[in-house]
Ligand binder design. Structure first.
Ligand code: ATP
Ligand code: MG
Length: 448
């Protein structure tokens, strides 16, 4: 390559998004709401690695699922030949970690997680190859109160975020023996109308017929609507658990709709299943899916313990926040420090650190080009930063042991006579700014 030739710019992997600074306020709002809700219900954070042994997911999710059949990023570690995968979801990993570290030794645990998940799907609105989930797992709780609790956490999160129009659908898929009886009836029904099945459904007719009820193919809707309902095959214990969940939700004023076609197609899912859904995002409207998976811990080699949980699609929720109540772009800092000359620069560094120690967010001007920027161009940057104040340090100020404090935001006073600009002794600078900003907050409260 000749020295004048520019290398072609590189692009990211299809379906895997950069989260740009403009989206940061949205993520921050969501993450702080999530942490608040988790704390409010006594859930502790757990974080597991993004890479796991592939067999964790074939066992922990099931071999006959969309995820394991066609969506996993699996590879052989070139250095030691291990079969590894990027995690497509987090429940299997959380259960593995709990078993491996014996976390349930002293009783049930309430856990939450967040982070990126990977599925090789067709990228489209609300569906990406790297996406993020927030989820909870309530491990060791058998009763319907745990199911109701995690559902109510969802409701509280929507309320905290100011989101509306999100509906709750629930169902019970009973226990394996109940599903076995339903399965026979279901296969009979589907076989009688085999000509109406699409290729996916035909393949699953005998391996995972329940999942056919979950089809998104419009041509099969009549067929699945007329199929035998799993709810009609539940025995008294399963019905009592389902009734227990509904009673709590009703008493707590959480509206829901029973959708008999809501399923999870895996053997170790049981009893409650639920989804939070919005119509505001087009085809990918499921914000959250969850339910009970009592048999999973034992299936993965742990001591049997009941469990339930949910996983939420963060990108879909952020899109809804952006649509319904977008956050204001916040200012980058409270104070922007402008300076000129080598001596002033050292004073500026010290002043900026002093302000940060007082809890203020401070941007210290750094020159982008080789030469020092003029006061005028530095002040333009200060204005654009959203700072409440500029602190100006030049030869005059230095000689007097002072700084010039200039108000940049409407309604924020530089103090003193209430002017927009005044000189302040360097050692009083931090106190003056803090007092001005606190006074400003108090004014806001008076108005509220
Ligand atoms: P879908 O039917 O939409 O494929 P799923 O049943 O595969 O969903 P879960 O495995 O239950 O979804 O994941 C929980 C949530 O994670 C979903 O409700 C959704 O909000 C989100 N989600 C799942 N896959 C993706 C993806 N590829 N991109 C963005 N979000 C996703
Ligand atoms: Mg999916």
């Amino acid at each position: 390559m000749s020295s004048t030739e520019k290398p072609a710019p590189l692009s990211g992997v299809k379906g895997m998004n950069d989260i740009l600074p403009a989206a940061a306020p949205l993520w921050e709002r969501f993450e702080s709401a999530v942490r608040g809700v988790a704390r409010a219900y006594g859930y502790q954070q757990i974080a597991t690695p993004i890479v796991e042994h592939t067999r964790l997911f074939t066992r922990g999710i099931g071999a006959v699922t969309d995820i394991v059949e066609k969506e996993m990023y699996s590879f052989t570690d070139a250095l030691n030949g291990e079969d590894l995968s990027l995690r497509p979801e987090n429940t299997a990993s959380v259960v593995r970690a709990c078993i491996e570290h014996n976390l349930l030794y002293d009783g049930p645990k309430r856990l939450w997680y967040q982070g990126p998940m990977f599925r090789h799907e067709r990228p489209q609105r609300g569906r990406y190859r790297q996406f993020h989930q927030f989820g909870v797992e309530a491990l060791g709780f058998a009763g319907p109160d745990a199911d109701a609790e995690i559902i109510m956490m969802g409701q509280r999160l929507w309320d905290d975020l100011g989101l509306s129009g999100i509906r709750l659908e629930i169902n019970s898929i009973g226990q394996p023996d109940e599903r076995a009886r339903h399965r026979e009836a279901l296969i009979a029904h589907l076989t009688a109308h085999e000509d109406q099945l699409d290729a996916d459904a035909r393949r699953r007719l005998h391996s995972n017929p329940l999942r056919i009820l979950d089809t998104k193919n419009p041509a099969m809707q009549d067929l699945v609507n007329s199929a035998p309902r799993l709810l009609d095959f539940l025995g008294p214990e399963s019905l009592a658990h389902f009734e227990g969940v509904q009673t709590i939700l009703r008493q707590m004023g959480v509206a829901f709709h029973i959708n008999p076609r809501l399923v999870r197609g895996l053997d170790y899912y049981n009893l409650t299943v639920f989804e939070w859904i919005t119509d505001a995002l087009g085809a990918q409207g499921t914000l959250c899916g969850g339910g009970r998976y009592d048999p999973l811990i034992a299936m993965m080699g742990g001591k049997a313990a009941p469990a339930c949980g949910f996983g939420m699609g963060v990108e879909r929720i952020l899109e809804l926040i952006q649509e319904q109540c977008p956050p204001n772009a916040p200012g980058l800092c409270d104070v922007y420090v402008v300076h000129q000359g080598a001596a002033a620069r050292m004073v500026a560094f010290r002043a900026a650190e002093g302000l940060r120690t007082m809890g203020l967010d401070v941007i210290l001007h750094c020159n982008a080009a080789g030469q020092e920027a003029s006061f005028k161009s530095q002040m333009k940057k200060a204005d654009a930063s959203g700072a409440a104040f500029a602190v100006i340090l030049g030869d005059d100020e230095l000689a007097a042991g002072e700084a010039t404090l200039k108000t940049l935001r409407d309604g924020v006073s530089a103090g003193g006579a209430g002017g927009t600009q005044r000189r302040v002794a360097l050692d009083a600078l931090a106190d003056t700014i803090v007092a001005a900003l606190v006074g400003d907050d108090e004014d806001d409260e008076d108005l509220a």
